[in-house]
Design a protein around this ligand. Structure first.
Ligand code: CO8
Length: 258
């Protein structure tokens, strides 16, 4: 991404960090921002020196939703023909793990973007919600599906139909986020988690992410068979030989990420 307007991009060791940065609009997700984020994700994903991607926002907002001002006057035909937010699906093709670090508002498209990531770490200030019903619409970037997978039918229906929000404690209790930390620790902890992920064998990591994703896309039977084939294929990597040899020799493994 050359000269992005709506995001900040940096590298911390083997971790690629993308920070949503539209402070005047609580990081509302505009089309321009979408293109920059997806571009940055693809670039990091293609870089073998990157083992994990961290996506975060500001202290006040991860993202307060799709840009309402940009959408308000559109016709259905226009939304359809321009496939308004279709490019976000690019995130689904990113093979490198993506960790979301959420502080403040993660509403509407912001909550949906966090859920497109592989795991969510939340600050105790995080607020999740799908308030689209208050705008006369419904979630359109996967919220009705991913929230139902994440927190179950009762809570997903409750949130989508009433538009109520969920705080960090409820989000952790419900399985929406993996951990909650104090706001001032969020980036340190998220970076530590991302660095840990990035330190493992890249081959094993990509296979493992692929396997867990299958749990949400296939039947149990197919998923189990898929996992077994991936497990077997890991034995083709140098890192499997190194990882197991290191265990036997009682030393830490030195993964070559191949
Ligand atoms: N879009 C555009 N601008 C926004 C958005 C947004 N989603 N959220 C906040 N802003 C702007 C405000 O307009 C304001 O700008 P300005 O100062 O120029 O008026 C600035 O950010 C600060 O916001 P507030 O003054 O409202 O700050 P508050 O602290 O008073 O309130 C809230 C914070 C509660 C988060 C409030 O801003 C809010 O309710 N925002 C909207 C939340 C929302 O409804 N999100 C869902 C949006 S719809 C959606 O995401 C659908 C996704 C699917 C699309 C699929 C397309 C195919």
């Amino acid at each position: 991404v050359t000269d992005p307007h709506y995001i900040l991009v940096e590298t911390r060791g083997r971790v690629g960090v993308i920070t949503l940065h539209r402070p005047g609009a609580l990081n509302a997700l505009s089309i321009g921002m979408m293109h920059e984020v997806v571009d940055a994700l693809r670039t990091f994903d293609a870089d073998e020196g990157i083992g994990c991607i961290l996506l975060t926002g500001s202290e006040r907002a991860f993202a307060a939703g799709a840009d309402i001002k940009e959408m308000a006057e559109r016709s259905a035909t226009e939304m359809f023909l321009r496939d308004w937010f279709g490019d976000w699906e690019g995130l689904n093709r990113v093979r490198t793990p993506v960790v979301a670090a959420v502080a403040g508002y993660a509403l509407g498209g912001g909550c949906e973007l966090a859920m497109m990531c592989d795991t969510i770490i939340a600050a105790d200030t995080a607020i999740f919600g799908q308030p689209e019903i208050n705008l006369g619409v419904l979630p359109g970037m996967g919220g009705s599906q991913r929230l139902a997978h994440a927190v179950g039918k009762a809570k997903a229906m409750d949130m989508v139909l009433t538009g109520r929000t969920m705080d960090a404690a409820e989000a952790e209790r419900s399985g929406l986020v993996s951990r909650v930390v104090s706001a001032d620790q969020l980036l340190d902890v998220a970076l530590e988690v991302a660095t840990t992920i990035a330190s493992k064998s890249r081959v094993a990591t990509l296979l493992a992410k692929d396997a867990v994703k299958a749990a949400f896309e296939t039947t149990l039977e197919q998923g189990l068979r898929y996992e077994r084939r991936l497990f077997e294929s890991a034995f083709a990597s140098e890192d499997q030989k190194e990882g197991m040899a290191a265990f036997v020799e009682k030393r830490p493994p030195e993964f070559r990420h191949r």
